[in-house]
Write a protein that binds this ligand. Structure first.
Ligand code: FAD
Length: 448
């Protein structure tokens, strides 16, 4: 039987249309903050998320820690928090429900381990309390365009297609999906080469006290562990990443393991916006989880009786497309601690570049940089902003600016921008970052 190349494409189910002020594509840290902020300002907001929960890379990808809150310092005696705003509120709610640990050491800075199940519940509660119309299990498949003006998006749901008509649309997909659908310019890593994905997993049955006594309190494992990995590679193990992070979690006897380095079977770097690469990353990621967990059980103190609890719902994707924005965060801005009059978010996080055989970390000490509003305004088109890791930024800048605390900050800012655009009838590209900065400070962001 041959394929009928003239077959009509049909979905005969009725199309539902929803009218709204703000449409948000994606419920990661950024999308959630956008939706809740805009709804609290009185906008009608619809959020669509392809999974049945919020959290994106932090939950589905099990990234598991909130980085980007604290200054890095050589002395490193106690954590100094320099990022505030929506993130404080979200983490406060996580803490109240027992879903957040105390700061743990990560090289010259600190991070907070969170419990992904609690994140889902806090996300649900925030959306419901703010009155956001949330459509889980809904994937954006098309953008509605009137010339160069975005009028919303169309979704695939199990009920059939849903069309959301919106005054302002936010691309918080992480992958700049909507910008790409519109055919507007995007960039991709270092000449197309993006940071490699990682399949994160949780290891149970660990004697955490013995583990800490052997390897210390820094969650970046010491050179001794890297040396053992190198040695094991010649003796029956396949462990492609030697420099690894292991985080004791909020649950007893558990480590969150950020250690795999996923490339294609032929050694190529994988890019998750290419469907075959995304699939290969899942295959290879799960295989590596078994290898690393076997190595931990056989080799590391405290892990002798351990087992794999679970992996991420999906492989963790660090980087795909970036929007080409009216401004671009430069690599040099990071280590220079650049500040901008229209800076709407702060970041003290290092360049943490996962490329090649071992991750490279370059520190910004006792300082932070700011991210300008224009990094979220596409160079082309109207009525659409981006939020989150798909901001306009150069390759190494993304390796810093993509972490969770910053994605909350971007979402907080873009939520205000969307509300301002709807309520005061200001085109999104005419919004001034300086004004957003003031609004953020009213919410406790402490930018000025
Ligand atoms: C392996 C790995 C480890 C990391 N470790 C850390 C860490 O320890 N600490 C830290 O702070 N950060 C870490 N990060 C980074 C951090 O997790 C992410 O960069 C951050 O979560 C990005 O947030 P976001 O909201 O921009 O995007 P995402 O979290 O990617 O959210 C995008 C959301 O949009 C949804 N979506 C996408 N396309 C569509 C569509 N077409 N229709 C509907 N929904 C869609 C997705 O399901 C997702 O929920 C890590 C990332 C990776 C990959």
């Amino acid at each position: 039987m041959g394929v009928d190349r003239n077959a009509a494409v049909v979905d005969g189910r009725p199309l539902e249309t929803i009218e709204t002020d703000v449409f948000v594509a994606g419920g990661g840290a950024a999308g959630l903050a956008v939706a809740v902020t805009a709804a609290r300002r009185g906008c009608r907001v619809v959020l669509a998320e392809r999974y049945g929960f919020c959290g994106g890379g932090a939950v589905a990808g099990l990234s598991g820690t909130v980085c980007g809150l604290y200054e890095a310092t050589e002395a490193g005696t106690s954590p100094v928090q320099v990022v505030h705003g929506f993130v404080d509120e979200f983490l406060g709610a996580m803490r109240e429900r027992g879903g957040l640990g105390e700061p743990v050491k990560y090289g010259k800075t600190w991070t907070l381990v969170h419990e992904p199940l609690v994140w889902r519940e806090v996300g649900d509660a925030f959306l419901r309390e703010a009155g956001v119309t949330t459509l889980y299990h809904s994937t954006v498949t098309d953008i509605l365009l009137d010339g160069d003006v975005v009028a919303g998006a169309q979704l695939y749901t199990k009920q059939g297609k849903v069309r959301v008509r919106a005054k302002v649309t936010i691309d918080a997909s992480g992958d700049a999906d909507l910008v790409s659908m519109a055919g507007w310019p995007t960039t991709m890593g270092d000449n197309g080469k993006v940071q490699n994905p990682t399949m994160i997993f949780r290891l149970g049955g660990v004697d955490v006290d013995r583990f800490r006594a052997a390897y210390g309190l820094d969650t970046i494992m010491p050179p001794e562990v890297s040396a053992r990995i190198a040695e094991a590679n010649g003796h029956g193990y396949h462990l492609p990443r030697g420099k690894i992070w292991l985080f004791p979690t909020t649950r007893p006897g558990e480590l969150l393991c950020n250690c795999t380095r996923i490339t294609g079977a032929d050694g190529r770097e994988l890019n998750a916006v290419i469907h075959r690469d995304f699939t290969d990353a899942e295959f290879e990621g799960r295989a590596q989880v078994r290898e690393y967990s076997r190595f931990f059980r056989d080799t590391l103190a405290g892990c002798e009786g351990s087992w794999v609890i679970d992996t991420g719902v999906q492989v963790g994707v660090r980087q795909t497309r970036q929007v080409a924005g009216v401004k671009t965060l430069r690599n040099a801005d990071i280590l220079a601690g650049a500040k901008f009059a229209d800076g709407i978010a702060r970041s003290p996080w290092p360049i943490e570049l996962h490329s090649g055989s071992r991750p490279r970390v370059e520190w910004l000490l006792n300082d932070f940089y700011e991210v300008p509003f224009g990094c979220f305004v596409p160079a082309q088109g109207e009525s659409l902003l981006v939020a989150g890791r798909c901001l306009s930024a150069e390759h190494e800048a993304v390796a810093s600016a993509r972490v969770t605390a910053q994605c909350f900050s971007y979402g907080h800012a873009i939520g205000h921008a969307a509300a301002l655009s709807c309520q005061e009838h200001i085109p999104v590209r005419a919004i001034r970052g300086e004004d957003i900065r003031l609004l953020l400070d009213r919410d406790g962001a402490q930018l000025n």
